[in-house]
Design a protein around this ligand. Sequence first.
Ligand code: GLC
Length: 425
Amino acid sequence: MMHSILRSVIFLGALMAVPLAASAVDLTISCGAVGQERELCEQATSAWAKQTGHRVTITTPSNRTNERYFQYLVDLGAGDSRIDVYQIDIIWPGLLAKHLVDLKEYIPPEEIQRHFPAIVTNNMVDGRLVGMPWFTDAGVLYYRKDLLEKYGLPVPQDWSELADTALYIQLQERQTGGQPELWGYVFQGAAYEGLSCNALEWIASYGGGSLVGTDGTIKADNPQAIMAVARAASWIGTVAPPRVLSFNEEDARQSFQLGNAVFMRNWPYAWALLNGKDSPVAGKVGVGPLPKGGLKGSPASVLGGWQLAVSKYSKNPAIAAELVRYLTGEAVQKQRAITGSYAPTIVRLYDDPELAAAQPFLAVLRPILENAVARPSARVGDSYMAMTTYFWETVHAVLQGRGAAATSLSGLQDQLRLLKTRGGW
Ligand code: GLC
């Protein structure tokens, strides 16, 4: 008697631990590796694997989003079934839609409705939900509170104040503060999508628009845009290290985290790392909106963020969608916000008292996210990758001193005009 009870208990226990073991499948997810992305993806996917009995392998694409896009495009274009779940950028739903399943078929509407409506709308292509929002992003300004306090200077409100403050502290610290390596400002200056985001922020903050108007008109060449880009070019080698022209997010973060910069533009993920246990600048950093473009301008942050999508070529789309549902759900988003300062896409998490207490940074972030400026990806459809490449190449050349802002932006205007004629939008 005792034996048979024991046997059924053991049997039941085994069943509960691995309920789907009989039909367990192998899934592969492509997760980014910027900051803590890979680590957090590993933790959450292995928790899900443990719960369900399925197995999940992680692949890591390039850290540069545009390179990642072309890697994905090659795989998806060939109908490759090796990757089931893709982490996709907020600018890609339209570009990749035809390769992705409609998640509405797998995820209940009440769960979808918990996310920011604007992001859900962004992820809908021809009535199909091609990505579930995972985290949202906006550009923010990080600054060294301790250095501003030391010199009795306020947090700069506009770009020229930022450059003046940066230069002053940089000179003082190099001469007398024992910091010969210190620079004033670091950002994402390499020729890639990150520079398009930074440059759009400079331009939009001066009222120079975001390349294309709401009616589709090209607005790359205007006095505010010229002024903004010319001003940024004047930072190189004065307050920004010349090597900023090869910096991506992680290069900027590492430099700032080592204590080598007074100000940094980056995304929210940097906050958790800057304040991590081993960070030399932990507790010394402040964060807020980016500077305004002059006294009449307003701060502008580009909207970023990532979604999880299921490939049409997956052999197990329903189970892959279950994984997406779990990863984009409340518990995982909350954990990622606490550990990695990734901004949730589930609206009510912003009112979660436990989360607010654990991650007060979210309160600073919320208004910045709400006012963030979208890149023109939805407006120009398939032409976006060409448009952004022309844009970052143009800005990069100006920052390198290879062309004046005015002639370069007028050249960009012509390139975009041609693009519009050829591709149309
Ligand atoms: C961040 C943003 C993404 C953007 C990228 C640019 O990952 O979330 O939207 O395209 O940075 O580098």
